[in-house]
Ligand binder design. Sequence first.
Ligand code: LLP
Length: 379
Amino acid sequence: MDFPIELFRGADTPFYYYDLDLLRRTLDAINTSVPASNFKVHYAMKANANPIILEQINNAGLGIDAVSGGEIKAAVAAGFDPAKIVFAGVGKTDAEILYGLKTGISTFNVESVPELEVISQIAVSLDKTANVAIRVNPNIDAHTHHYITTGLAENKFGINLEQLDSVIERCKELRGVELVGLHFHIGSQITDNTPFAVLCERINSLQNELEAKGVRLKTINVGGGLGIDYDDPDKNPIPDFKSYFEVFSRNLSIRPGQEVHFELGRSVVAQCGSLITKVLYVKKGTAKQFAIVDAGMTDLIRPALYQAYHKIENITSDGLPEKYDVVGPICESSDVFQEDAVLPEVKRGDLLALRSAGAYGEIMASQYNLRRLPGAITK
Ligand code: LLP
């Protein structure tokens, strides 16, 4: 990636840099890879809710997958049509449900019977009917990091297959809800399409069973999860959306008139973002040398939380390569971005770029140690 270093020189570090041209090309790739008009992509806003990013995503015509009242509000503020907003989450508050209903969002992805009952009750009080999709836990191993696997029986998410019939019955009894679909999500950063094909098979047999009982569904929401190339972002700046969508058009038995919904987060925004940080000190230890930078786990928590790898580049040096542990200033031993990173000689004042940080980066920043939240620069 070519960084506009002149633009960076006077800026307060650390900050996120977003390459909007790459974002637009990624969105174009999504739109041109979608194989049919009944495939609808909702952007999972939890990955990045920066208004400038949301504006581009809205311009590209995607909908929104929101997981809080705050996200619904940000989507509306960014100009998204409420009819393209779905609201998911295992613990929606009464106030959030009320707000979603008043805003006129399209669907609530429901994760438990008590939640279904509360949605119905609030909808009836407003003289409305809420469209609901039941989140089903399909018990599929997505072969990704333990913390971001969501579709296993042991996870807190969704309704288990054995309980599905009784939940569908409950939908019929409740006046304030209408069952419109099923919702699935098996995990995140999935780089091999096989688990998605397994998901399709699981959905097909489930639909057959439900149809035999007279249940028809307008939407099948297959969630998100498409992974990106953290190792080599310049080789693969845009994920292979075509192959991903093809898995579903090939393997999912879609009924006439049925819509297939996708909730992509990481694959939309990860590669367009980098965290830019300044080197404060180079410290030589006995066996190691440390590049101590001004960004920490408060700005990008993924390495500390998931042992995630973000490629690091020294964008202001062309010196000879040396090995560094790149560490932040936070008072936590886990505040390490990378051990033994090989970088062109690092000096105080150099700028480093932590790549592929557009998803789950800025949005997960905290003020721990009373630090300033990172800013953002776009081009
Ligand atoms: N739909 C549901 C129901 C989800 O739970 C998620 C992500 C998505 C869609 C979007 O998934 P994506 O396309 O981004 O994989 N903070 C973690 C990732 C957490 C993902 C949570 N759920 C990370 O930094 O890796």
